[in-house]
Design a protein around this ligand. Structure first.
Ligand SMILES: Nc1ncnc2c1ncn2[C@@H]1O[C@H](COP(=O)(O)OP(=O)(O)OP(=O)(O)O)[C@@H](O)[C@H]1O
Length: 294
């Protein structure tokens, strides 16, 4: 069976609050980025795929099996939640062993797979390190090692880079790309930088809806022709912010370089020049032109 997740007309209500609104999406092998601001519905979607939440309507299949068949799905999915914490007094190996027992792995498989997984996430020299003595990045990598211990076809990672320093962030992204070589990895985040260099395909969510799905290049194409750049004085920044949606301000010693969205060329000021969008610009453009307008 093909490694593929299909979501069909998926809705989810928490009481009267609709967190997912008729989601239709197909996710294939490789890294898939789910982008959206806080509260967009990403965690609800991730948990629905992982069978941690039941749907209000619609269906999700993972490699042809419906999420209604909970235990079969859980065998295929590894999940690293946003608020993942491990048994802090245990060593990396002990924590993995304990979680391996809970997920039903026999002793032989645990002995074989735990060192392999710790080495995959570059913690092979830290098997005896206590979880409480690890950095945020190391803990996150240990989280990945436990999530792939049973060799799932799908790995779901919710907001993984929060609190990581830039070096750990890059290392973590590279690790996920490596893991995605032979399975689906879904990376949910509100940070554009997390997906731009690693995810070929993405979906953007807002207020429970998918407002974009496609490749990063498709997203860039959407904003093409609408992003401008200008060098202005520091005093002019506030004025430009009032008139346009500013996507970036780079402060320089005496002036500033601004990037902004303009839908109407006749509305531009002297010195403003069209520039190619980057992913941050394109995301801002999307959020301000489609359902994301607030
Ligand atoms: N158990 C719950 N009961 C009621 N409302 C909820 C519940 N869980 C989430 N929500 C609401 O559903 C919406 C979607 O939440 P969700 O956590 O899925 O968003 P998110 O995109 O993952 O954001 P974040 O990154 O902040 O978790 C939000 O408005 C949230 O307040």
């Amino acid at each position: 069976m093909e490694t593929k997740i299909i979501l069909k007309d998926v809705s989810k209500f928490y009481g009267k609050k609709q967190a997912l609104n008729n989601i239709n999406l197909e996710i294939e092998k490789g890294m898939f980025g789910l982008l959206g601001r806080n509260g967009a519905g990403k965690t609800t979607l991730m948990k629905s795929i992982a069978t941690l939440l039941s749907l209000s309507s619609g269906n999700i299949t993972v490699c042809g099996i419906s999420v209604n068949e909970g235990s079969k799905i859980r065998e295929m999915i590894g999940y690293l939640p946003q608020d993942f914490s491990m048994y802090s007094n245990m060593s990396a190996y002990e924590a993995m062993d304990y979680l391996g027992v809970l997920s039903g792995l026999d002793k032989k498989s645990r002995k074989e797979r735990i060192p392999q997984m710790l080495s995959k996430v570059n913690l092979n020299n830290n098997m005896k390190t206590k979880v409480k003595a690890m950095s945020g990045g190391m803990r996150r990598r240990l989280g990945i090692a436990q999530a792939i211990l049973h060799n799932p076809k799908v790995l779901i990672v919710d907001e993984p880079t929060a609190g990581l320093d830039p070096e750990e962030r890059v290392r973590f992204r590279n690790l996920l790309s490596e893991i995605a070589e032979d399975r689906i990895v879904i990376l949910s985040t509100h940070i554009v930088g997390d997906i731009e260099s690693t995810c070929e395909n993405i979906a953007v969510m807002d207020e429970g809806k998918i407002i974009f799905k496609g490749s990063v290049i498709d997203l860039l194409d959407k904003a093409n022709g609408n992003i401008y750049e200008a060098k202005i004085s520091r005093a002019e920044i506030e004025d430009v912010k009032k008139k346009y949606i500013v996507t970036n301000v780079l402060m320089m010693s005496t002036d500033a370089n601004v990037r902004f969205i303009a839908k109407n060329k006749s509305d531009l000021f002297e010195g403003a020049e069209e520039t190619l969008p980057n992913v941050e610009d394109a995301y801002m453009y999307l959020m301000n032109t489609s359902g994301g307008m607030r």
